[in-house]
Design a protein around this ligand. Structure first.
Ligand code: HEM
Length: 510
């Protein structure tokens, strides 16, 4: 009997007709598996075997997904890189998934690159929901709050904003591309908040942090075959070796900063996130609690890496869009400047407690976050259980995309969504309205961006720091900055542009 199966198989395969029939059957089954959807699953374009649905996703992905909603509705499925993904395009369904059923939708799909960067999934960003992950996320949120409360936020951001102003002044009204300065400003503020040192833009240690962080961010845009064929994770290609080198340099840099703070805890200029986390670890150790195993050096490295990497590209790109819009809409720039002059004056520093006094500036920032949604398809989630949304069944382990672009540009939710109109966030008296629940650039629920207050504060401080001193306009012989979005590696980029920043003279003669 033991030999009966192989000999039967042998007999079957010895006939060429049988082999051809078996191959055809296999192809038909593969095709059916590819084309048929699980019961109750959201509809979507047919995924042809080996071809997927690339023909249905021509052009910019976020726009192509929005176009698909016309045919398949507010929730649909697509097959990309061999896996079915569910795309949610409607704000109520997004909130049903991310808020109402937040535990079921709080997973993260595995990505090769993020797996390397997160040292096997130990980061807040890349790890799926679990009670330990939740504890660490809460500790990080508290550490950021403690490091930015009261005057501390002003301390860590103040020097970076002053250097931004001085660097722009040094351009002496010559044309320049502001993106690099925004990187230094955001990087300087966040590094200071994380490590407790106020960095000068030309400090070699700071330059290395920024350069390495930039290289790490670039890795997000790369496609890795290992995401589709896990076996390739073990093949040391040139690209993979280079990326591993960058990641290892990055993690070593962060570890060296942690070690410095451990050695000389009171030597910092600013109470920082790392100080708070180390204090928390020490308290847990002395109380003999399990807390210390929840905060190993790997976790500390990963939390700090999360904060710097997650804040850099997003906040810098938003600032780049903001200035592009202010040059295209000089009347909006004038109104912001008037509000700043009236409330803060030309020389005073904006304190965190004052940001509520600038409703128009805040409205402009919100409108930029809406009209050029930074993370247009959200960061992918994964279902941790069999669940449902919008009446459709979604099995455990399904990747979920949230189409924030469609929500922010949808005439169902916003009047004239293509128009840049900051007033939509203000009431008739020019006061701030509560943000509508259709405004969702930082996502929602269990995995909502934990840096929103820092990002908003940085954006408004940078606006005030620049508009107090400069009028920003088109560089001579160059057109206005393009407002056409470039959808790249999951973020909405702005085309590179140059501007001129003219020093403001006296307000009375402007
Ligand atoms: C304009 C700036 C920013 C935008 C538009 C933005 C947007 C987002 C979005 C859409 C997510 C994904 C949430 C989800 O998975 O549902 C996210 C996650 C995250 N953001 Fe931000 N972010 C910004 C700035 C920041 C800053 C300044 C920090 C740090 C201080 C930060 C830290 C994080 C972290 C750690 C996560 C991962 C949260 C998790 O997985 O639980 N972000 N952000």
């Amino acid at each position: 009997m033991v030999c009966a199966i192989p000999s039967a198989l042998h007999a079957f395969l010895s006939s060429p007709t049988n082999v051809i029939a078996a191959v055809i059957l296999l192809l038909v089954l593969t095709a059916l598996w590819s084309v048929l959807l699980p019961n109750g699953f959201p509809p979507g374009p047919v995924a042809w075997p080996f071809l997927g649905i690339s023909s249905a996703l021509k052009g910019d992905l976020s726009k192509a997904l929005t176009d698909l909603t016309e045919r398949y509705g507010d929730i649909l499925s697509i097959k990309v890189s061999g896996r079915r993904k569910v795309v949610i395009n409607d704000v109520n369904m997004v909130r049903e998934a991310l808020v109402k059923k937040q535990n079921e939708f709080a997973g993260r799909p595995w990505r090769y690159y993020l797996g390397l960067l997160s040292e096997g999934g130990e980061s807040i960003f890349h790890c799926s929901y679990s009670p330990k992950w939740m504890t660490r996320r809460k500790l990080l949120v508290r550490a950021i709050r403690n490091a930015t409360s009261g005057r501390k936020m002003n301390d860590s951001i103040g020097k970076a904003i002053l250097q931004l102003k001085n660097s722009v002044d040094d351009r002496n009204e010559e044309p320049f591309n502001p993106r690099h300065y925004f990187q230094l400003t955001v990087g300087g503020a966040v590094a200071s908040m994380c490590f407790g040192r106020k960095y000068g833009f030309d400090d070699p240690e700071f330059q290395e942090i920024i350069k390495t962080a930039e290289n790490v961010v670039k890795g997000f845009g790369q496609r890795f075959s290992a995401d589709v064929f896990p076996i390739l994770r073990h093949v040391p290609t040139k690209g993979v070796c280079e990326i591993k080198k960058v990641i290892s340099r990055w993690l070593m840099l962060i570890q060296s900063k942690i070690d410095q703070r451990k050695a000389k805890p009171n030597e910092g200029e600013v109470y920082s996130v790392v100080d708070d986390l180390l204090k928390c670890k020490k308290d847990a150790d002395s109380a003999g609690e399990d807390g210390s195993s929840c905060l190993t050096d790997v976790h500390l490295r990963q939390m700090l890496s999360d904060v710097i990497i997650a804040s850099m590209d997003t906040t810098v790109t938003t600032l780049t869009w903001l200035i592009a819009y202010l040059v295209n809409y000089p009347d909006v720039q004038i109104r912001m400047r008037e509000e700043i002059d009236d409330v803060i004056g030309r020389e005073s520093v904006l304190l965190s407690s004052d940001t509520g006094k600038l409703p128009y500036c805040r409205a402009v920032i919100l409108e930029v976050l809406r009209i050029r949604t930074n993370v247009p398809r959200g960061v992918p989630h994964e279902t941790l259980d069999d669940t449902c949304v919008g009446g459709y069944s979604i099995p455990r382990g399904t990747e979920i995309w949230t189409n924030f672009w469609n929500i922010h540009m949808n005439p169902k939710y916003w009047q004239e969504p293509d128009e840049f109109h900051p007033e939509r966030f203000l009431d008739g008296n020019g006061q701030a309205l509560p943000t509508p629940n259709t405004f969702i650039p930082f996502s929602a629920g269990r995995r909502k961006c934990l840096g929103e207050p820092v990002a908003m504060h940085l954006l408004i401080r940078a606006c005030v720091g620049l508009l107090q001193h400069f009028t920003i306009s088109t560089a001579p012989e160059q057109g206005k900055p393009s407002l056409e979005p470039v959808f790249g590696d999951g973020t909405t980029k702005c085309r590179s542009y140059e501007i001129v920043a003219r020093r403001r003279i006296d307000r009375a003669i402007e």
